[in-house]
Design a protein around this ligand. Structure first.
Ligand code: PHE
Length: 463
């Protein structure tokens, strides 16, 4: 069977913007702040940074290498390299896991991004201009209680994603990120400067950077930090394999990976520094959970001078960040379908349609299905609603496992010649990557996964 080859990025900037666009997203604005809030701030962040450095970055580089080496979609990339080395084709598991993870993520990602679309007009027409915290909470609950409204916004967001992907790598993805990413960075900078003047920056900084180790020496916090690192960098979801396959040989992968990881980490920290000053200045609870962005922020903006405009800018910025991530999430499957001869438009509509339908489960877990939960004895998923279950399954199990497989594959199965060629040399940087990919990343991921599974199961059945 003849496979169709893929369109390539027009250059380094396009590739890096698309990859930064993939990693910077709701993970930075919505997930990172509330997770940091839940697990105690500074200590969680320290663990998160450690996971980015010794797991996220080496995995990111490994995935890019696997992708570019093979030039194939993620589901065939590792298998093809393995076969060329006489290893089993079953190494396709690397991309298969990731593809499943990424495709499941986009189902709920689009629902959350839909909330942003719902809030945008409310900010624009001033409906939130002087909203009190209780009123903000009520509005958010109203949105969550309405399957119809959430489904409409979820459909709009998924529609936008499909529209961009259907147009192709260069005229779709590249063009979209080329407009949205620069706009995003300008808005982010503006908001942070504003937050520094208006909010309680000192308290935010001390919350984010004061480390209390007792809060993170727990397996669930460690797994959450690892999961957040994978989620935020878009690793373990086969996306970087996909994007790597579209990359020309003259582009330096380690340098690009450095820019991607640094930008993503910078944005997460900056997002924290832009959000928490408001939270503290107006006396809200930093442990606001997933609603932090939608309840706390509108009420804080309502009290801050010029908050109405800031609200619009913030939601727009979050929307852009979400879109450049969701296109990457869906692209992995579409890329595979296209390789097998499917028409890109048909593939994008079909994949987006399927993800939309599964996403309705997440919409309903906020209302009609709120009480539909597996019984408590079900391992891992007992008592979780659909949304929580998919979030946990993907970020805390599938992504870390796929990340583990990617580094093992790049570190142990691919030959030194191959990876050095992709890295662009055998200097100290290369040796450091290879050592980390072979020993440190798999070791840490393995340790955290085992500890977390153990502690979860013993909490569930132990007493
Ligand atoms: N990294 C994206 C974010 O932080 C989400 C994402 C996760 C994208 C996994 C791709 C893969 O929002």
């Amino acid at each position: 069977m003849a496979f169709k080859s893929h369109e390539h990025w027009s250059g380094r900037l396009a590739f890096v913007m698309a990859a930064v666009g993939s990693s910077v997203g709701l993970g930075n604005f919505w997930r990172f702040p509330y997770q940091a809030g839940e697990f105690g701030g500074g200590a969680f962040i320290l663990l998160y940074l450690l996971c980015i450095a010794v797991v996220g970055f080496p995995v990111l580089l490994s995935e890019l290498m696997i992708g570019r080496r093979s030039g194939l979609s993620a589901m065939r990339a590792a298998g093809a390299i393995a076969q060329s080395l006489g290893a089993p084709k079953a190494w396709n598991a690397v991309g298969l896991f990731g593809t499943i993870g990424g495709t499941l993520i986009v189902t709920f990602y689009s629902v959350i991004a839909g909330w942003i679309i719902a809030y945008l007009p409310m900010f624009v027409n001033g409906a939130l201009a002087d909203v009190e915290p209780e009123e903000a909470g009520r509005r958010f609950s109203e949105l969550l209680a309405s399957p119809g409204r959430q489904t409409i916004y979820h459909a709009i967001f998924m529609g936008l994603t499909v529209f961009i992907i259907a147009r192709g790598v260069k005229s779709g993805i590249e063009k979209a990120v080329g407009v949205m990413m620069p706009a995003f960075f300008v808005m982010l900078l503006g908001i942070t400067v504003y937050a520094a003047f208006v909010g309680d920056f000192g308290k935010a900084a001390s919350f984010l950077f004061t480390v209390d180790f007792s809060k993170v020496m727990r397996a669930d916090a460690a797994l959450a930090a690892l999961g957040q690192a994978c989620f935020s960098l878009s690793v373990g979801s086969a996306i970087m394999i996909t994007y790597g396959a579209y990359t020309d040989r003259d582009i330096s992968l380690p340098r690009s990976a450095g820019v991607i990881a640094a930008s993503d980490t910078f944005v997460a920290l900056i997002a924290g520094l832009a959000i928490f000053p408001f939270v503290f200045a107006y006396g809200f609870d930093p442990q606001g959970g997933p609603g932090l962005l939608f309840v706390t922020l509108p009420s804080a903006f309502a009290q801050a001078p010029g908050g109405a405009i800031i609200g619009v800018v913030f939601m727009l910025l979050a929307l852009f960040a979400a879109l450049t991530s969701s296109i990457s999430l869906l692209e992995t499957v579409v890329s595979h379908a296209e390789e097998r001869g499917a028409n890109r438009v048909v593939a994008a509509v079909a994949a987006g349609g399927a993800a939309f339908v599964i996403g309705i489960g997440s919409v309903l877990s906020n209302n009609l299905w709120a009480d539909v939960r597996p019984p408590a004895w079900v391992p891992f998923f007992g008592g979780q609603n659909f949304f929580d279950a998919i979030d946990f399954l993907t970020s805390q199990l599938v992504l870390p496992i796929a990340a583990f497989l990617s580094v093992i594959f790049a570190g142990w199965i691919m030959t030194r010649d191959m990876t050095a060629d992709e890295f662009g040399g055998r200097g100290a940087g290369y040796r450091f990557w290879r050592f980390t990919a072979r020993w440190v990343s798999p070791g840490l991921v393995g340790l955290i996964l085992i500890a977390a599974v153990w502690s979860r199961l013993s909490a569930q059945y132990g007493g």
